[in-house]
Design a protein around this ligand. Structure first.
Ligand code: ARG
Length: 246
């Protein structure tokens, strides 16, 4: 497991408390290590730093695999987690969530010459995904695919590129990013976006931080800071609902 600690100062003062934020380092463009600097970067990281600043606390990030992050949070080991985590009724039983901060969904990725056209065609096919993800649950519940779930999604993507898998199911923004960066002409998305999901910041159950964090998020949407961070990582303006008063 790779552990990375980054301390970030709060300008507003507030409680001045430092909270450990559990995250992952393998979910572009939400959280990843900059290959040149080795620094943890991404939409989630920058969003979280700004939220903390506004809510008046300090954060230090700790990176781990996504499935470990979920179990670590559920056991109360981490007070806060941000990792493109979809808000689901199941998870909400054991964790608190902030208001949604990003609308997502899942999409199937296949080689450009594949005859798989949608999720209806995956039965009996080898489909890769990530351990502990909503995509893994979706495949289990809705298909008879041969599911191969990896601790890191890039392993699924590499296996797909090398012909050892027939497809991969994962979060739309991450799949799109991968195709644009590394899969052009080789891989494509196919079928509909499955199961609209929203990402939320997760907290230990009954956290006292939720209200302050929601207020901070709302103020960032309102004054355009959210849109600025969004544009930096996604290369376009966010949808209307995230644009505040502009
Ligand atoms: N949104 C999906 C889920 O909640 C996948 C998230 C994966 N995030 C990550 N940082 N690896 O299951």
């Amino acid at each position: 497991m790779l552990t990375l600690l980054v301390a970030c100062g709060s300008k507003t003062g507030g409680s001045g408390k430092t909270y450990t934020v559990a995250t992952d380092s393998n979910f572009k463009p939400f959280e990843y290590l900059n290959p040149e600097t080795g620094e943890l970067e991404g939409f989630d990281i920058e969003l979280m730093k700004e939220v903390a600043k506004r809510a008046g606390f300090d954060v230090k990030f700790e990176t781990m695999e996504f499935e470990g992050l979920l179990t670590g949070m559920q056991s109360g080991r981490y007070p806060i987690g941000i990792a493109g985590m979809s808000i689901t009724p199941d998870r909400a039983e054991t964790l608190d969530f902030s208001d949604p901060y990003y609308d997502s969904g899942m999409i199937l990725m296949v080689p450009v010459d594949s005859d798989i056209q949608s999720i209806d065609d995956v039965d009996g096919k080898k489909i890769g995904t990530r351990q502990g993800s909503t995509s893994q649950s979706y495949l289990k519940e809705h298909t008879d695919a041969k599911i191969e779930a990896f601790p890191e999604i890039v392993t699924a993507y590499m296996n797909l590129q090398e012909g050892r898998l027939d497809g991969a199911l994962y979060d739309l923004p991450n799949v799109q990013y991968f195709i644009a960066q590394e899969g052009k002409g080789e891989l494509k998305t196919t079928g509909d976006i499955l199961q609209g999901e929203s990402y939320g910041i997760a907290f230990k159950k009954d956290s006292e931080l939720v209200d302050d964090v929601n207020e901070a998020l709302a103020s960032m949407i309102k004054d355009g800071t959210y849109a600025e961070i969004y544009e930096k990582y996604f290369g376009e303006r966010p949808a209307e609902k995230w644009l505040g008063d502009e």
